[in-house]
Design a binder for this molecule. Structure first.
Ligand code: BGC
Length: 429
């Protein structure tokens, strides 16, 4: 893995779209009407998102930052909780804020990817059961209608929902209901957007490479296939056919789901390493095991480019955009290594015929990681007290990579004069 300079010169297709991604709750601060904010208040073990990166106030500066770093595209999310803080009460001022943000991005020549639901939702909606209940769909549709009407002239790509394929409560019943319902909500969102906008639409899929812990063990293999079905295949299958098939659930045919993405939006971080001999077989991941990149137990510190390649090879029937990919690390040199490895895998997929058209790195800046500030995913360092933003070496590497539309050993060496060391530690069980 550390033979990072052995990569050949790599070029990407002309007009390849390079950029970065964030989500509102994680950078904006003061998302006080969201379910997530309420949970943080109620659970002492969770760090509070508080002001996060103070991004709601500093959005103009952040657009300057994107320009300075040469990003051509930016993915952001609209926090429904700010737009409709209480049921039926739409906030004009907040709406104007996003219109202004998106207008400024357009003026800066930066293409926007807008996610309408990313990891947080209004407290009032969550109290009603959120997307677990189909009778709540109309609230979501009303919000989508309102928001799309307001911002559609400025949006280049739409993402209705982020990563519902890995969400949905603890019980088997809840995760099935959540994933099936989210597919339908996604499809309704798709139709609403299509009635007003000609920009392409999708929902971001968390691609997890599911792999048996022991490939020679029959039980591990069966469980790994099952996990792939629950996480990946049900989504691809539903979009291709309109049929929702999940384990232990009567299949459902919902015609409006069929073809309700114009492109595959792929978020890729890590694999699920499946052991049939663990109670939570499908939640045992390849942990940071033998590399420790931050001072906590965190499962997204993964180097596994093969998972991205094999995942992309399953998606050769539509254009693809990587809408998230990144690494939590304190030593920024790992981020450069991660970029090189995963971008090489993505390039391999392109050479094998997959129509990958863009890549958005997670994340533009360090931010709030849902319950903690510790994992730093940013190309840009954020001081969470002063909110000062400072680009890391990886941000300059990425900038030159964007300018060259590729990379070669000289560019890697320029930004990675020496290699980081492995720190070993015992994995969690
Ligand atoms: C989510 C982001 C998150 C990132 C890193 C993705 O699953 O969309 O919100 O911060 O992973 O954990």
């Amino acid at each position: 893995m550390l033979n990072i300079l052995s990569y050949p010169e790599i070029k990407f297709p002309e007009n390849f779209l390079w950029g970065s991604a964030t989500a509102a709750h994680q950078i904006e601060g003061d998302d006080i009407h969201s379910r997530e904010w309420h949970q943080q208040m109620a659970r002492p073990f969770m760090e509070k998102s508080g002001k996060a990166c103070d991004g709601y106030r500093l959005y103009k500066e952040d657009i300057e930052l994107l320009k300075q770093l040469g990003h051509k595209a930016y993915r952001l999310s609209i926090p429904w909780s700010r737009i409709e803080p209480s049921e039926g009460d739409f906030n004009r001022e907040a709406t104007e804020h996003y219109i202004d943000l998106l207008r400024r991005l357009k003026e800066a020549g930066i293409q926007s990817f807008v996610t309408l639901l990313h990891g947080s939702s209004p407290e009032w909606f969550a109290q009603r059961g959120g997307l677990l209940k189909r009778e709540n769909f109309h609230f979501f549709e009303r919000y989508v209608q309102f928001m799309v009407q307001a911002i559609h002239p400025y949006v280049d790509f739409w993402l209705v929902i982020n990563e519902f394929n890995i969400g949905g409560g603890r019980s088997d019943e809840d995760y099935r209901a959540f994933r099936a319902n989210s597919l339908i909500a996604h499809a309704r969102g798709y139709q609403i957007i299509k009635s007003m906008s000609s920009a392409p639409v999708s929902s971001a899929h968390a691609l997890r490479h599911c792999q048996p812990a022991n490939p020679f063990d029959k039980f591990d293999r069966i469980f790994s296939d099952l996990d792939d079905w629950k996480v990946n295949e049900f989504f691809f299958h539903a979009i291709r056919t309109g049929e929702i098939v999940l384990p232990y659930m009567d299949a459902e045919y919902v015609p409006e789901i069929k073809n309700s993405v114009d492109f595959w939006a792929v978020n890729y971080y890590c694999r699920n390493l499946i052991s049939a001999r663990k109670q939570n077989a499908d939640s045992i991941r390849y942990t940071p095991t033998h590399q420790k990149m931050i001072d906590m137990d965190f499962y997204l510190e993964e180097f596994f480019p093969e998972g991205l390649l094999t995942g992309l090879l399953r998606l050769n029937d539509k254009p693809v955009y990587i809408t998230e990919n990144g690494l939590a690390c304190d030593d920024d040199r790992w981020r450069i290594i991660k970029l090189v490895q995963d971008l090489a895998a993505m390039n391999d997929a392109i050479r094998q015929g997959v129509d990958v058209r863009g890549y958005l790195h997670w994340s533009l800046m360090d931010n709030y990681e849902w319950y903690t500030f510790k994992p730093r995913f940013g190309l840009v360092h954020v001081d969470f007290k002063t909110f000062e933003r400072t680009p890391k070496p990886s941000a300059w590497f990425y900038k030159e990579l964007i300018e060259a539309n590729g990379f070669n050993p000289a560019l890697i060496k320029k930004h990675l004069p020496d290699l980081p060391e492995f720190k070993l530690y015992s994995s969690r069980s």
